[in-house]
Design a protein around this ligand. Structure first.
Ligand code: SF4
Length: 244
C-alpha cells in the first residue's frame, strides 16, 4: 500500500508535491471577483467578506457605474451606497468603510490605490487578506498568501500546517511555499476546495490529490489509493478561485 505523508513529513517537501499537483490540476487560475482596475478589485474584495463572489459580481456593475473612481465614491450618499450593496450583507458597515477608504485614497494617495501593504491595511475595512488580494491580482505583487476558509481547511488537511488560525496559516504557508507560487496557490486551493474538498463532504475517493494527502483532521479512513493513481493527476480546465 503506498504511504501517504503524515503531519511528520517535511513541510517544504509536502508543499512542493502539493504545488506540482495543483498546477497540473488547475493550470490557469484567475481572480473570481470581476474588476477592471485596482480600485474596483479593492471595493469588490471589501464586499466579498461573508459573501459569495457570485453575489458580489451581481452587485458591483451598478455600483461601479454610479461610482467609477475613489473621487465619486468619496462624495457618495451613504444611503444610496447601502442600497446598492445591500445584497452582500453587513451593508451598513461595508458602505461606511467604502466611503471611508475612498476618502483616504483621495486625501492621501491622489485618488489611486497604493501598491503597498502598510498603506492598504491602513484603509478602513481593509485587512491583510484584502490587501494581499489587491496586491497579488491588481499589481502582481506577492505580498503574502491569501488565507480564506478554503485555504485554511485544505492547508490543514493536506498536512501543510498544524494550525487553523489564519494568521499562523499565512505565516506557515509563506515559509514553505516559493514566493512565485504565493498568488496562484490560494486560487488553486480554493478551486480544489470548491470542486472536491468541501468542508462537510470531502470527496477523497475521487480526489487526484489523495496519493499525497494525509487527510489531517478527518476521522474516517479513506480507501487506500491505488499505486497507479500517484501518476494519474491530469490537467483540467482553469478554474476560478474564490478570494474571500
Ligand atoms: S478531498 Fe480528501 S484527499 Fe483530497 S485534498 Fe481533501 S482531504 Fe485530501
Amino acid at each position: 500500500m503506498p504511504r501517504t505523508p503524515g503531519p511528520e513529513a517535511d513541510p517544504k517537501s509536502q508543499a512542493r508535491r502539493v504545488v506540482r499537483a495543483l498546477v497540473k490540476l488547475y493550470p490557469t487560475v484567475v481572480c473570481a471577483l470581476d474588476h477592471r482596475d485596482a480600485f474596483e478589485l479593492l471595493v469588490a474584495t471589501v464586499l466579498s467578506a461573508q459573501c459569495t463572489d457570485e453575489r458580489v459580481n451581481r452587485v458591483t456593475p451598478a455600483l461601479f457605474a454610479r461610482y467609477p473612481d475613489p473621487g465619486r465614491l468619496a462624495e457618495a450618499d451613504l444611503a444610496e451606497v447601502e442600497r446598492l450593496i445591500y445584497q452582500t450583507g453587513f451593508f451598513r458597515a461595508k458602505a461606511k468603510n467604502l466611503l471611508g477608504l475612498a476618502k483616504v485614497l483621495v486625501e492621501r494617495h491622489g485618488g489611486a490605490v497604493p501598491a503597498d501593504l502598510d498603506a492598504l491595511t491602513a484603509l478602513p475595512g481593509v485587512g491583510r487578506k484584502t490587501a494581499h488580494v489587491v496586491l497579488g491580482n491588481a499589481f502582481a505583487v506577492a505580498s503574502g498568501v491569501v488565507v480564506d476558509t478554503h485555504v485554511k481547511r485544505l492547508a490543514f488537511r493536506l498536512g501543510l500546517t498544524g494550525r487553523t488560525d489564519p494568521e499562523h496559516v499565512e505565516r506557515e504557508l509563506a515559509a514553505i511555499l516559493p514566493r512565485k507560487h504565493w498568488i496562484d496557490f490560494s486560487h488553486r486551493l480554493i478551486a480544489h476546495g470548491r470542486s472536491t474538498c468541501g468542508a462537510l463532504r470531502p470527496r477523497c475517493d475521487a480526489c487526484p490529490l489523495r496519493p499525497l494527502c494525509p487527510r489531517s483532521g478527518l476521522d474516517e479512513p479513506a480507501s487506500a489509493p491505488d499505486a497507479a493513481e500517484i501518476g494519474a493527476i491530469t490537467p483540467r480546465r482553469g478554474r476560478r478561485g474564490r478570494l474571500s
